[in-house]
Design a protein around this ligand. Structure first.
Ligand code: M1P
Length: 257
């Protein structure tokens, strides 16, 4: 399906933004052909973008169709909450976490996390407990090398034992003066970024574009979830979904696609 210019779409002043994991795809898995078809149809009528917490390489894996560059498949691509941003395939200027926090404070934070994780008694530990990204640092008590099955098991274990919540509370107490937000968004980790650099950060990239309506669809729209701030933001109309199938069904109803 050829992409038509924004001004020729049925609602050229409307932007629809999507969270990735749990909204466009199952957590950390790939987009389905049905969802791709649905998004292509949607892109005929409105502007379409994604805003995910992960870095762009993961979104490329999850959202790319036959290796196509994901930033060309959406009008707006926002990785790391918009700290890495693309508009019509062109990269926009962004800030960085390390510039904000500085090396000394960053190392205090990381050292604390690694000591804390070393002392944790959990059923499984794998590798990559700290993932350094452009706009945030992602911390995982089990480690980002966990398999899909190990992820699921950790998520269930965490629901009972509050491993991430307790760790985040310890970090808030220890580093309360750093101006950071700790956000539990996915299955095995939490994101750490300067307060305000949540998903609402991406809205500054679209603010001057003249959109009259901005819809946001996400699954973690509850207080403390990583979709909460943008879902609640007065600049967006928020929609809560339960899974990618629910996203498609709400889109079909709302936009008659
Ligand atoms: O998009 C939600 C989250 O997805 C991943 O979380 P997890 O690996 O814990 O399932 C991470 O990329 C995280 O940064 C992101 O917020």
């Amino acid at each position: 399906m050829a992409v038509i210019p924004i001004e020729e779409r049925r609602f050229p002043k409307t932007l629809v933004l999507f969270d990735v994991d749990g909204t466009l795809t199952p957590s950390r898995l790939n987009i389905s052909p049905e969802m791709l078809d649905c998004l292509q149809k949607l892109r005929q009528v409105v502007a379409v973008g994604f805003v995910g917490g992960s870095d762009l390489s993961k979104q490329q894996e999850q959202l790319s169709v036959s290796g196509e560059n994901v930033v060309n498949s959406f009008d707006y691509s926002f990785a790391e909450n918009g700290l890495t941003a693309y508009r019509y395939g062109q990269q926009l200027a962004s800030q960085s976490f390390i510039q904000y926090i500085g090396e000394e404070r960053y190392q205090k934070l990381v050292n604390f996390c690694l000591h804390y994780i070393a002392d944790l008694n959990i059923p499984v530990k794998r590798g990559t407990f700290v993932e350094f990204r452009n706009g945030m640092v992602n911390i995982s008590p089990i480690g980002r090398n966990a398999s899909t099955e190990e992820r699921r098991e950790f998520e269930q274990f965490d629901k009972v034992h509050n491993i991430r919540l307790n760790m985040v509370n310890a970090l808030r107490e220890k580093f309360g003066d750093y101006g950071l937000t700790f956000s539990i968004g996915g299955q095995i980790s939490f994101d750490v970024f300067p307060t305000g650099w949540d998903k609402t950060y991406c809205l500054q990239h679209v603010q001057k574009e003249g959109f009259e309506t901005i819809h946001f669809f996400g699954d973690k729209t509850f207080t403390g979830g990583n979709d909460y701030e943008i879902f609640e933001d007065p600049r967006t109309i928020g929609h809560t979904v339960t899974c990618p199938e629910d996203t498609m069904s709400q889109l079909r109803e709302l936009f008659h696609i």
